[in-house]
Design a protein around this ligand. Sequence first.
Ligand code: CO8
Length: 258
Amino acid sequence: MAFETIIVDVEDHIALIRLNRPDALNALNAELLSELVEALKDAQTNEKVRCIVVTGSEKAFAAGADIKMMSEKSFVDVFTEDLFTPESHEIGRIRKPIIAAVSGYALGGGCELAMMCDFIICSDTAKFGQPEINLGVMAGLGGTQRLTRAVGKAKSMDMNLTGRFMDAEEAERAGLVSRVVPGKELMKEAMSAASKIAEKSMITVMAIKEATNRSFEMTLNEGLLFERRVFHSLFATEDQKEGMAAFSEKRQPQFRDK
Ligand code: CO8
């Protein structure tokens, strides 16, 4: 499938999706988001794919939603079309793991897209921000919600209210990203994390993603019960038998997603 605004490569069990609107610093428009959703759904159904990496360019992961596309819209327009909501729900429904590999700007909707992924690995050039306030609007795809959960109220309020950018070092300190690496190493690091995940049992990987995401929706006790029941259910899989046998036999497990 040929896309106009993204580039997709599937190799070694990893679907690598590159946002590709270089003239607009990968600003998110309807076409890009719908192509991204299509590529993610393809990856979800492609049995060869075991992990997904979403990235941008060296200069920008994505500099936000496309301001030029939005500037003339009215309240009635954005309310009626429910701007970007279906796409963000579709991204949230992908069950395979998604890593965001961020270099350069991840601003506004770009920062929010990175946060929709399961974790973020960034280069030392990364800059995260929710600068919508400078445009007379506010975050609309999770910038006041996921960012607050990721970095806490103080930093989230600071970023959303002042529009200031957070550099890679601060983002790692604050817990927004899992790893920071030198720019040249970014894709190697992200692909190697994806390969590690691709070696595991896909059932376990999807169960962990589901349980971790439930932690945002449930009380601690409900979440702990959900986790425990999913843990119990994994004992119905052949991969549990294989994983534990391989440990005893001092060999690498051969998971078969069964
Ligand atoms: N939208 C459209 N075009 C953009 C965007 C954008 N978000 N960001 C950059 N561009 C374009 C520029 O207009 C420019 O195009 P041109 O060459 O035709 O003038 C080109 O990309 C290169 O950009 P700059 O010349 O500005 O590059 P600089 O290196 O000087 O600056 C910055 C880089 C700092 C990233 C700067 O481009 C910038 O501030 N961009 C806007 C950042 C921003 O405000 N992002 C938030 C957008 S709003 C948003 O994301 C809301 C999401 C929620 C949607 C909710 C739906 C429910």
